[in-house]
Design a protein around this ligand. Structure first.
Ligand code: GDP
Length: 601
């Protein structure tokens, strides 16, 4: 029997909690998982830990031998812990189950030297949203200068081996992390001070390098699961299996396969399945259930061995026909004795649950998995960026076509999270003026897009301002008529706003505006200029009127603002133009509106 792993054949109906590891890049997620696996191999009997597809099961007796005095196996009836092998919040968001995160519990890894970093915050945000309980592994304690390492030691003993100076330096870093957590709304403390892990986040100092603190980490995980999650772990092990696609993979000799994490029930080699697909649920029959072959047995044959059945919680590769359209993050459900239509409906409901709300207009979003698509949609919703289309997959030419039809240039954009851009899509984007953004970090992707939008808006306003008549109020100075007409040349003082060349000029007779001519040249102290600002005294040539008839000395004149321009100025550019120009605009609007209250609205 190769199926000796923690979750599979346990007689109780308590399944193994699923554990995910998150944290900023290089803070030690992979090393920590390796350390846990490594310790488990050393401590356990051969074969006691089981390598699953995409996950590693560490049974309770192995945990208890690693943890030594910290864990008494009699205190626990959960069978162990199932660690998802791919760390990072990306796989965390992919791995969802009905109603939220697939992982039951998480480890947030924070480098004690580096502290909180952008992806730490992003991970916290995801944990908060999905309401996943977690503990913080404050990693790399062995790098505190002067550290005296005791391999694989519990934290209590290892603390005692340090000088006061070294341990207080570590304490400082730990309290900084605790402070950061509190800034994010989590009340946290060193794990041995935490009474209620439901209310407080426990911080466990560890070293993925020396193994120090790893016994504590496993103990806390086990205790936390046992204490607060036992009910959720109660499943009908023999019932029809329910899981989530971790990855869709081409496998030599098997065709398209789905690496699946099973979190409920059992899946058998002769089961019928419903799997979430790109367009509709896929109904198919299992061809083979595959597990990794133990290292010693790998020769020339397949890396996998077939099994007849497997129970939750576990990772399994499923080979079946028609899986080409399966999606990472999609649900997998065994039909067995149930009504097929009912199961299809369940899968549809789960997919709809993940589906992103799209608007009539917006940007195009692509992501590699359903879960990450959903995370993108949440983040964009928060940033108030509407989405016109959201799909799993690489950026393709047809995405560019969709984006190019947007009326708003800001929406002629594609945001791709963790995906590639196909080369013909790149080419088309260039000719169709669509901008493609891709990144592996959601907040960076959104930042890039927002910067782009800011730039577009600035450029837009600059061109609008260039093409719009600027408000101006000015007065003809007494005794400053230099020429009567053709054109009239008079000295003026600009009271507020900006007088520009070629602008039409009006005069208000009561509330009735009356066009008197057009500015055909401005001179300031004998020099030609394009415009005159508030406070300037200049001479202007006005084509049209005759001084003494249409205009007179001491007259108040205005730049004639077309109604459309007035509307843009008031509604969009009020904060962009100088205060005196705004004042001129408001006075101009008052005059127009005393005649027609809706003018320029
Ligand atoms: P990940 O990106 O979060 O998976 O980080 P890795 O596990 O790849 O670790 C990044 C680097 O930090 C590697 O060079 C590791 O060897 C190193 N590292 C990880 N954990 C520790 C630790 O506890 N102590 C020390 N000294 N180095 C560590």
């Amino acid at each position: 029997d190769t199926d000796t792993d923690a979750g599979a054949r346990n007689s109780t109906s308590l399944r193994t909690p699923i554990v995910a590891v998150l944290g900023h890049v290089d803070h030690g997620k992979t090393s920590l998982l390796d350390k846990i696996r490594g310790s488990a191999v050393i401590e356990g009997e051969a074969g006691a830990i089981t390598q699953h597809i995409g996950a590693t099961a560490v049974p309770l007796d192995v945990i208890s031998s690693i943890a030594g005095d910290l864990v008494d196996p009699d205190d626990f009836d959960l069978p162990g812990l199932l660690f998802i092998d791919t760390p990072g919040h990306h796989s965390f968001t992919t791995l969802r189950s009905r109603g939220g995160a697939l992982a039951d519990i998480a480890i947030l890894v924070v480098d004690v030297n580096d502290g909180f970093q952008p992806q730490t915050l992003e991970a916290l945000d995801i944990l908060k949203r999905s309401e996943t309980p977690f503990i913080v592994a404050a990693n790399k304690i062995d790098t505190v200068p002067g550290w005296n390492a005791t391999e694989d030691s519990p934290i209590n003993a290892t603390y005692e081996a340090q000088t006061d100076r070294v341990s207080s330096r570590l304490d400082e870093s730990l309290y900084e992390i605790i402070g950061n957590l509190s800034d994010e709304g989590f009340s946290a403390d060193l794990y041995w001070r935490v009474q209620n892990f439901q209310r407080n986040v426990g911080v466990v100092p560890v070293s993925a390098m020396t193994g120090e603190g790893v016994p504590d980490l496993l103990t806390v995980m086990m205790g936390l699961s046992q204490r607060y999650m036992k009910e959720e772990m109660e499943i009908d092990v023999t019932g029809p299996g329910v899981g989530t696609v971790l990855e869709v993979k081409e496998e030599k000799g098997f065709g398209t396969t789905i690496d699946t994490v099973l979190y409920d029930g059992t899946i058998r080699a002769d089961d019928q399945l419903v799997v979430g697909g790109m367009n509709e649920p896929i109904v198919t029959d299992v061809r083979a259930l595959l597990q990794p072959r133990p290292l010693a047995e790998i020769r020339t044959e397949s890396r996998f061995e077939k099994v007849d059945e497997i129970s939750a919680a576990s990772g399994i590769k499923i080979a079946a026909p028609e899986l080409e359209d399966a999606m990472a993050g999609a649900p997998v459900r065994v039909v067995r004795n149930r009504d097929l239509d009912e199961v299809i409906q369940e899968v549809e409901a789960e997919l709809a649950d993940i589906a992103v709300d799209t608007a009539e207009e917006g940007v195009v979003v692509k992501a590699d998995t359903l879960g990450s698509l959903e995370a993108m949609a949440d983040a964009l919703d928060e940033a108030e960026v509407p989405i016109v289309r959201a799909e799993v997959g690489d950026v393709a030419p047809r995405d560019v076509s969709v984006a190019s039809t947007a009326d708003d240039p800001k929406q002629q954009a594609i945001l791709g999270f963790n995906v590639e851009t196909l080369s013909d899509a790149d080419q088309r984007a260039e000719t169709e003026d669509v901008t493609i953004f891709t990144d592996e970090v959601i907040y960076q992707l959104i930042d890039e897009y927002e910067e782009h939008v800011d730039e577009l808006e600035r450029a837009q306003q600059d061109t609008i301002l260039d093409n719009i008549v600027r408000p101006a109020r000015f007065r003809i100075l007494p005794d400053h008529t230099f020429r009567q007409n053709d054109p009239a040349v008079v000295g003026v003082e600009v009271n507020s706003g900006t007088v520009q060349n070629n602008t039409n000029i009006v005069k208000f007779d009561g509330s009735e505006p009356e066009r008197v001519g057009q500015v055909k040249g401005i001179q300031e102290q004998g020099e030609d200029v394009d415009e005159a600002r508030a406070g300037n005294r200049v001479s202007v040539a006005i084509d049209g009127p005759t001084v003494g008839r249409q205009i007179e000395e001491d007259d108040e004149l205005w730049a004639e603002i077309p109604e459309k321009h007035a509307k843009i100025l008031e509604q969009e550019l009020a904060s962009e133009i100088p205060g005196d120009e705004l004042e001129a605009l408001n006075m101009y609007l008052d005059k127009q509106r005393s005649r027609d209250p809706f003018w320029g609205k």
